[in-house]
Design a protein around this ligand. Structure first.
Ligand code: SF4
Length: 231
């Protein structure tokens, strides 16, 4: 695995390639980002952004959402997928916000992850983007890209989060996640576009692939399995 200094240098270059890296979810308040992030599970940010304007107009805060029925919510969020489970989680989350936090979104990992339907990744998204608390959300893109680059190792999101956080100042955490996510969406896809990658010279996965290609007697497939824990 790369040293903290190597990791930081590599991320400097990746950030230069993606200067616009930020969450692609539309929101105005921490509550809206929490709702949007919960909806984005197994969906795309673009699809979520299509349903949230009407949703937020009808349920602008935790009080309004806590009074919704799951049946009426299901119709509004249907296109994001898993609408029954998401409706239940959203109403439960809003009711818990009302009961425990006066309707406000708490700026605290433990309190956030105690809410129904809120995991560590969602909590980190909200903390880092809407509440000014450093957070490094690890999704499937962050897992794939960081393992390929060799700046993290493993397929446990919490372990990878710890490894990346340990190499970086807290002020870089959220930006790093945004950058790795965008790189994973645009370039380091499951089938990566390495010729467009700003850090191709420093990528463990690419170098392993090249070595394997230079050795025709060994199957390339073996290299393709390296450092790509989830696709
Ligand atoms: S060189 Fe290829 S595999 Fe490595 S990070 Fe860049 S796009 Fe991904």
């Amino acid at each position: 695995m790369k040293t903290p200094a190597e990791t930081r240098r590599l991320l400097d270059r990746l950030e230069a390639q993606h200067p616009d890296a930020d969450t692609e979810l539309d929101y105005r308040t921490p509550f809206e980002l929490l709702v949007a992030t919960m909806l984005s599970a197994q969906s795309t940010d673009q699809r979520v952004n299509l349903v949230t304007p009407a949703l937020f107009a009808r349920y602008p805060d935790a009080r309004a959402l806590a009074g919704a029925t799951t049946a009426e919510l299901e119709v509004r969020i249907h296109s994001t997928g898993f609408f029954r489970a998401k409706s239940k989680a959203l109403v439960g989350m809003a009711q818990a916000l009302m009961a425990r936090h006066g309707g406000e979104v708490p700026a605290d990992m433990q309190a956030l992850t105690a809410l129904p339907g809120v995991g560590r990744k969602t909590a980190n998204v909200v903390l880092g983007h809407a509440l000014g608390v450093p957070g490094l959300p690890v999704d499937r893109h962050v897992l794939r890209v960081s393992n390929r680059l060799g700046i993290a190792e493993g397929d446990d999101p919490e372990i990878v989060e710890q490894q990346l956080c340990a190499a970086l100042k807290t002020s870089r955490w959220t930006r790093t996640s945004d950058t790795l996510i965008l790189h994973g969406r645009r370039i380091c896809k499951p089938r990566p576009l390495c010729e467009q990658c700003a850090v191709v010279d420093a990528c463990d996965y690419y170098q392993t692939l090249q070595r394997e290609r230079d050795r025709p007697s060994r199957p390339i497939r073996a290299a393709r399995n390296i450092r790509s824990p989830r696709r």
